[in-house]
Design a protein around this ligand. Structure first.
Ligand SMILES: *Cc1c(COP(=O)(O)O)cnc(C)c1O
Length: 379
């Protein structure tokens, strides 16, 4: 896999392992056996970079891509001239000519959207491919189930066969949740009304846990990027993202002194503090702050996990290096805040969020580099 050149700079460094993502896609493709495996690359491919990541999944074998917006679709189209691209947000009013021109497939989720698309089909005398999204219990996007017969009638009237029907699960990260079975049963009843049309229901979690939800295409996102899809289980995916921040300064401070804005953290011992150049403006969430009452995020320095102490500020935060003794990092030395030693979910949990938000917050002042670990000789 040819990877773009690694950038260099003085600030934080984000390294995306395209080889790990390729292997993650291939692992899910194996699990989903009889179904096609798509790749969800919305939100700049979960923060990893939509261009390089889409190309990597294509290289792995993916041909079906899911994005949220038309702009994201155009980015995938520019990278991959013959990919099949579904736009999850649907058809924006007046956007049909753009979709047709760029061969984008809207995921239609309301009667006005369907109407507009069918009008475009009639005008061009062509069955333009699109997916139909049915809401089976999430109340996000999708036709209401009571609209199924109208949807069917509108399609039949002009002899239109959709490319795919789909729905989305609310609780797939909790495989035992009864809502999964309810949604599956409702989706099966919709599918029965569209005989012969391919169907898609599974996100990462359902792909990994529920063979009966695979249908004809699975739509994994988070698992491709190494995030935890299923709660309460070991995450088998390879981490794909490493984020490192440079040490700006190492300083000594005394018992009773406080650290950072708001003086939320008071030292209970004489301490050695490292100041690292990453803050909430870099997507290192302010909710990773700690106080004497609440733990926060972590960093990995010289072989040890150490806590963030005090508030995360815009451009920097403090870590407690006291436990390192004399083995101290030097200014400029890189400290891991995401990677092999701290997963996106390890960092998400204390911040009260999910790996998805940690990943999609990765933007801003990084030098971004791509590697393919499968090509790196192991030492
Ligand atoms: C984001 C999204 C997915 C991917 O979900 P993951 O949990 O990241 O695997 C699949 N389908 C739809 C409709 C989505 O919005």
């Amino acid at each position: 896999m040819p990877v773009p050149a690694v950038a260099t700079g003085y600030g934080c460094r984000l390294t995306v392992d395209l080889g790990a993502m390729i292997r993650n896609w291939q692992a899910l493709d194996k699990v989903s056996d009889g179904a096609l495996t798509g790749a969800v690359v919305k939100a700049d491919a979960y923060g990893t970079g939509i261009d390089a990541s889409s190309r990597a999944f294509y290289f792995a074998g993916a041909r079906f891509f899911f994005v949220a917006t038309p702009d994201e679709a155009l980015a995938v189209r520019a990278a991959l001239p013959d990919a099949f691209i579904f736009v999850l947000d649907g058809l924006f009013p007046g956007a049909a000519p753009l979709y047709v021109g760029e061969r984008l497939m809207p995921v239609l989720s309301s009667l006005p959207m369907l109407e507009e698309w069918l009008v475009a089909c009639l005008a061009r005398n062509e069955a333009l491919p699109a997916a139909l999204h049915f809401d089976t219990g999430m109340n996000r996007l999708g036709f209401r189930l009571s609209e199924t017969s109208i949807v069917k009638r509108m399609c039949d009237e002009i002899g239109y066969a959709p490319q795919m029907i789909m729905s989305h699960l609310a609780c797939a990260d909790q495989p035992q949740h009864e809502k999964n079975r309810t949604q599956l049963a409702l989706f099966a009843s919709v599918k029965a009304q569209f005989p012969g049309i391919p169907a898609s229901l599974a996100n990462s979690a359902a792909t990994m846990t529920s063979r009966d939800m695979h249908f004809q295409m699975v739509r994994p996102g988070i698992a491709l990027y190494g995030g935890r899809a299923v709660n309460g289980r070991r995450n088998p995916m390879m981490p794909a993202v490493t984020l490192e921040a440079p040490i700006l300064q190492v300083r000594d401070a005394k018992t009773g002194e406080s650290v950072g804005y708001g003086a939320t953290y008071t030292l209970s011992r004489d301490s050695r503090i490292g100041v690292i150049a990453i803050g909430y403006a870099d997507g290192f969430l302010r909710s990773l702050s700690s106080s004497n009452q609440h733990g926060g995020g972590r960093a990995f320095v010289r072989g040890k996990l150490v806590p963030i102490i005090g508030r995360v500020s815009m451009d920097m935060c403090a870590i407690d290096l006291t436990e390192l003794g004399a083995d101290l990092p030097l200014p400029g030395e890189m400290v891991e805040v995401l990677g092999k030693n701290i997963s996106v979910d390890d960092q998400a949990d204390p911040a009260g969020t999910i790996g998805y938000e940690i990943l999609t917050s990765l933007k801003g002042r990084y030098s971004r580099g791509y590697i393919d670990s499968s090509e790196t000789p192991t030492s």
